[in-house]
Design a protein around this ligand. Sequence first.
Ligand code: ZZB
Length: 263
Amino acid sequence: QEYTAIKMKVLNWGEASKNATSSPNWAVSADADVYLVAATLRPETMYGQTNCYVGVNIKYGAYEATNGQIYITTERAAKNMAFQGNSKIPDQISYLGSILGSELIGTKVRAPNSSYDSVYVLPMDNVLPTKGTGVVTSVPSDSPADFVALRDLQRKPDFFKIQSSWVEGFVPIDIIKSEQYGLQTAAFLVESLKIQSQKDVNQIEQAKDLGYKDAFFNSTMNIGKYKGMAVQDAKPLIRDDMIAAGDAFAYAEPEGSVVSRSG
Ligand code: ZZB
């Protein structure tokens, strides 16, 4: 599986990271260049990022990349990156310390290409530790899972132990135009499949499949440099632009290494 790894630079560490028992010294040193790295199959949707998701119980690590920057991912992803030439120590992880997902909540990061200057790290139930980097960037306009998770957080901030200011005002953006679903594909699919919450994992999976197909075959860009172009054609161009800008890098996952919900 060929992903695009999106570099979300840490702008401000949240309170939870400071109180962490495992409080890592790499995070405390103010001028460290630290990024949460999110794996995506949809680089063309980065204009619509409103937040970033982690799993609260997932253990993340900080790893030094070839370029000296610090990447936060799961250990599994760091190993894959090392084999793909993206570790300070060739072919081996360059481990600096660990941090729990719950300790990342409330941290403010830069989401490259997004219309929002900075976004918050938030909890999502369905983040798989065995897929991608364990960090998911959220595009609620086009990803049903992201839409539903953000809506849950906006409805019940206290239940999810987040501050409402981390989700208030983060409105899904019209980034892609679908012939069938309009400018808000995720909302359309969530509504028509009657998805209530993050717990409806099977319907979310179904909505995702419909969303992928429609975006690839029947949609055009509604924003950015390639506005008006078919998504299918814009996708590799936007990916290349982001890599050239230093906002992303290629990340591949060996076939069969991913434990998916659908088996
Ligand atoms: C941004 C995005 C925008 C995504 C979109 C999808 C969509 P798949 O399809 O099952 O192979 N993702 C990445 N890592 C994880 C993880 N560890 N746990 C849970 N979800 C994860 O999965 C690839 C997609 O699942 C990725 O692409 C990411 O969300 C998420 F508009 O990134 B995507 C219709 C889908 N639209």
